[in-house]
Write a protein that binds this ligand. Structure first.
Ligand code: BG6
Length: 317
């Protein structure tokens, strides 16, 4: 993995190493042994471990760790589009680019720094990007690990163009689950969704919590700020809090699609679920000089704690 330089924050450490392709990656640690790894390839989080060292994000055993494509797993930044239309590549170019470490980001609230181990990254369009998407922007991404082991993201996109532009966005998050048939999502029931399996036709969710028994590829619209993904077998719950991101994409490829993906194992759909904080249905428009911010916070709590003490519908971010 090459040499490494250790820079100590007052309570936590940031370590910069090279990945298998010689691209810098940043390991964030908290004082209790939790960690997260962020690659400058795509600004992608490729690992998030709790204090016990358990991996909380899914990475395919068939993942291809070779630029320019993003590897299958972790958390990918989808920008300036989510999905596949026009000249841009599927889910936009941001996840396929090499980001830079941002040494001097514009200030954030002290709460976004205090007690956290974090890294600031930046993406600007290349000449090549401007051919396909002719809009100048600065994308600043902060990835943090809190003292409690939560993983948080702050994305700031600024228009430095002479004209307005629009984009869509998602934190494409591969959660690791014990068995997809034991998983349910709470917080999306009764919402409208666009079904990617039916040319984005609009439907309304009927049931209680969302469970899985076949391929799902949906964009839930106008979702609450907090949703929960309950894993019965593991007795743990992912709590997803978001701001500036009205939609939630839910994806599991199931059996047939899994077999068609070269970088995904035939049976791996059982161990993963993508639940993405996103802004897809209505694109975000920025006038010259304007900035958009989208936040995501992921935490993991024991499921018993969740059902006894934690009503997600009443919680605010
Ligand atoms: C999901 C989309 O979020 O990502 C799916 O809703 C898509 O339609 C999936 O197949 C994986 O996309 P990709 O480009 O990473 O293979």
């Amino acid at each position: 993995m090459g040499h490494s330089a250790v820079v100590w924050d007052h309570r936590a450490a940031i370590e910069i190493t090279k990945d298998w392709n010689g691209v810098d990656q940043v390991v964030l640690r908290n004082p209790h042994g939790a960690s997260a790894r962020v690659s400058l390839h795509g600004g992608q989080v490729t690992s998030w471990r709790n204090e016990q060292g358990e991996e909380l994000l899914f990475t395919s055993t068939k993942a291809i760790f070779k630029p320019p494509k993003a590897m299958r797993g972790g958390i990918q930044i989808c920008f300036p589009q989510f999905g596949n239309c026009g000249l841009l590549e599927q889910h936009g170019f941001a996840r396929n680019k090499i980001w830079a470490i941002d040494d001097n980001p514009p200030p954030l609230h002290p709460n976004d720094s205090d007690g956290k181990s974090f890294i600031d990254l930046m993406l600007k369009p290349s000449e090549e990007d401007l051919k396909f998407w002719p809009h100048s922007f600065e994308f600043r991404l902060r990835v943090s690990l809190t003292a409690d082991g939560d993983l948080t993201f702050i994305s700031r996109v600024r228009n430095i163009n002479g004209k307005p532009f629009s984009f869509s966005f998602a934190y494409h998050s591969y959660l690791s689950v014990s068995d997809i048939s034991e998983v349910r999502i709470e917080g999306l029931e009764t919402l409208d969704y666009l079904d990617n399996l039916c040319q984005r036709e609009r439907f309304t969710e009927q049931g209680d919590a969302i469970t899985f028994e076949s391929e799902v590829d949906r964009i839930y619209l106008g979702s609450p700020k907090v949703i929960a993904v309950l894993d019965h077998e593991k007795k743990r719950t992912y709590v997803i809090k978001k701001e500036g991101l009205p939609d939630v994409v839910v994806w599991n490829p199931w059996e047939k699609k899994s077999k068609s993906m070269v970088d995904f194992g035939d049976e791996e759909y059982k161990q993963m679920l993508c639940v993405d904080g996103a802004a897809v249905e209505r694109s975000i428009t920025l006038k010259p000089g304007e900035e958009w911010m989208g936040r995501l916070e992921l935490s993991v709590v024991p499921s018993s704690f969740c059902s006894d003490h934690f009503d997600i519908r009443r919680r605010d971010f």
